[in-house]
Design a protein around this ligand. Structure first.
Ligand SMILES: [Zn+2]
Length: 267
């Protein structure tokens, strides 16, 4: 895989600061070491904000953000703007779309390449590819592995899933649903099954995602790996039989936003 511009900038920063494992150093220190000031303040409809002043850059993070992983990702994303986009941005606010992981055409034209670069920067800074890969290369894919990685890197489960999708050895496919509608999907390069296009439609009736939207069902940790049919999310050839496959779905539910991120994989 080619290294993205965002990931390169993050590696350069780690090298210049002589940091091997960024999880050993508070993010606040890295930010101030790069000449930016970090503030926590309540922000309306925005996770973070960056203002490029003549002398100093001010990074504000919404103090109402509940989860540590989301906070860290926002700080790292803004630091990415500070490192790469100083000359082209003046003031910039983050919202649901700029921090989105779905780098599809629609999103890209809406938010521009700079947001994708800042996200690449953030994920390389928080989950450096070599450390991430060595943490997951010896294990089968499972919800427990995602929880382990997200604890290890202090990142949200969502950003961990997307990092796994990029770097993990086991092919997975990810569906993001909001208000009972499939908004986007994304898959590992190696994931070979043909996906039924359901963008803007409800998730399949027999999916774990649908169980949440229809019945409010959220599985416990121990049960978060649920077996489903291949035909639930994927197209079947006439000669294929559902009984010959073992597919699983792991749904990460965020009730406050009414979203479900479903990870689907074949054993
Ligand atoms: Zn941004």
């Amino acid at each position: 895989m080619a290294i993205s511009r965002g990931a390169l900038a993050a590696r350069r920063l780690l090298e210049e600061c002589g940091i091997d494992d960024p999880n050993e150093i508070p993010l606040e220190l890295i930010v101030s070491g790069r000449g930016a000031t970090l503030r926590y303040e309540p922000l309306k409809n925005s996770d973070g904000r960056i203002v490029f002043g003549e002398r100093r850059t001010i990074i504000s993070v919404n103090s109402n953000l509940e989860f540590e992983g989301r906070k860290r990702f926002t700080i790292a994303h803004e630091l990415g703007h500070h490192e790469m986009h100083r000359s082209s941005l003046e003031v910039h606010n983050e919202n649901e779309s700029t921090l989105s992981w779905f780098d599809d055409k629609v999103n890209r034209s809406k938010k521009g390449i700079q947001e994708a670069e800042a996200n690449q920067f953030a994920s390389e800074l928080l989950m450096p590819s070599d450390i991430f890969f060595s943490e997951c290369s010896d294990y089968e894919f499972s919800p427990g592995l995602i929880r382990h990685l997200s604890d290890k890197f202090s990142t949200s489960r969502t950003s961990t899933v997307f990092r796994y999708l990029e770097l993990g050895p086991h092919p997975i496919c990810v569906f993001y649903c909001h208000n009972n509608k499939v908004m986007y999907w994304k898959k590992s390069e190696e994931f070979k099954n043909f996906i039924i296009d359901r963008i803007n439609l409800s998730p399949p009736d027999d999916s774990v995602a649908a169980e949440y939207f229809k019945e409010g069902k959220i599985y416990s940790k121990a049960q978060s790996k649920q077996q489903i049919w291949k035909s639930t999310w994927f197209d079947m050839k006439e000669w294929e039989n559902d009984r010959n496959y073992k597919f699983y779905e792991y749904s990460i539910v965020t009730p406050g936003y009414n979203t479900v991120l479903s990870v689907v994989w074949e054993e």
